[in-house]
Design a protein around this ligand. Structure first.
Ligand SMILES: NC(=O)c1ccc[n+]([C@@H]2O[C@H](COP(=O)([O-])OP(=O)(O)OC[C@H]3O[C@@H](n4cnc5c(N)ncnc54)[C@H](OP(=O)(O)O)[C@@H]3O)[C@@H](O)[C@H]2O)c1
Length: 279
């Protein structure tokens, strides 16, 4: 029987325009998953190497070949300036995957009038270990193949959620795109509170991280609703319930997280405006 071709099921080429923390995490995961490095080109001003076998340049000089997936991985505020240089080189037969927070599909289409289908993607940092979340949205002009390609690529990074209503993209970004940062803060606060109670601070940091990791993994393995999982930890008349009662106060954790997400979401609108101004 013929061996499966490891190069199959990947785009003919992936061109990264910007490859910092987030796009870099996606790329490294895809390389781990078998993406042939010779199919990847990265454009970044620093020209810094990304991974063995990946071509890195500081500017895009030639027209992008049809069949290429172009991943936009720079900051939203840079859209106008970057598009001015590269949009004329991106034409039909390409697929554009944008991870720019806040920037709507309509703005991307204006910036890249000649490109093929445009798909918006909001990944998060845990994609590096295949435990990420990728939110996807495509406009009516996106055809089936690019949608399928984006979905398949993101499935290698973790959970994929398509949004039918792009107006919810900033809300989804606040939850899963920004979410890891909020969880990291929680881990930090858990550790600091433990140290405040007299624990050695390095031990408290290890315990907090392992507790959040274990809690997340066990919730996901059990398939049980997290609210019910919390009740399972809280023995009747025990210590946990007293602690939960503090978190569950009217001015406790839920309104704090709601305010956090709302504020993060609203920044998306500001980023969209800034992406307009950079042209
Ligand atoms: N960080 C996250 O968790 C996260 C999650 C979801 C989405 N995003 C989105 O991902 C994008 C990048 O964020 P990041 O956190 O990865 O930022 P970052 O680490 O600062 O990466 C920015 C990248 O853009 C490159 N760049 C700067 N100017 C450029 C230009 N003129 N042309 C092409 N590339 C240019 C930088 O090049 P050098 O490497 O040479 O400096 C760098 O590779 C943003 O749009 C953000 O909204 C981030």
């Amino acid at each position: 029987m013929a061996k499966p071709d490891p190069a199959a099921n990947w785009p003919e080429h992936i061109l990264f325009i910007g490859c910092g923390n987030m796009a870099g995490a996606m790329l490294l995961r895809w390389l781990d998953e078998g993406l042939p490095s010779e199919r990847v080109t990265v454009i970044r001003p620093s020209g810094k190497a990304v991974a063995p076998g990946v071509t890195v340049g500081t500017s895009l000089e030639n027209p992008v070949a049809p069949g290429t997936l172009v991943l936009l991985g720079f900051k939203p505020q840079q859209l106008g300036l970057v598009a001015q240089d590269i949009a004329p080189l991106i034409g039909e037969g390409t697929t554009l995957l944008s991870i720019l927070a806040g920037v709507p599909l309509a703005r991307l289409r204006t910036a890249f009038p000649r490109s093929g289908s445009i798909i918006r993607c909001m990944p998060n940092l845990p994609v590096r270990i295949g435990k990420g979340v990728s939110i996807l949205a495509a406009g009516p002009d996106a055809t089936d193949d690019p949608r399928g390609l984006a979905g398949a690529l993101c499935a290698r990074l973790g959970l994929v959620e398509w949004l039918a209503d792009e107006r919810l993209f900033d809300a989804a970004t606040a939850l899963s795109g920004c979410g890891p940062a909020f969880v990291y803060r929680f881990i930090d606060a858990l550790a600091a509170a433990g140290a405040d109670l007299g624990l050695d601070s390095a031990a408290a940091a290890r315990m907090a991280l392992a507790t959040v990791e274990g809690a997340g993994l066990s919730a996901s393995a059990s398939g049980i609703d997290p609210r019910a999982m919390a009740d399972a930890v809280a023995s009747k008349g025990g210590m946990t319930r007293q602690g939960l009662d503090v978190l569950d106060q009217p001015d406790g954790l839920a309104p704090l997280i709601a305010r956090t997400l709302r504020t993060a979401r609203d920044r998306g609108v500001e980023l969209a405006a800034l992406s307009e101004k950079s042209s």
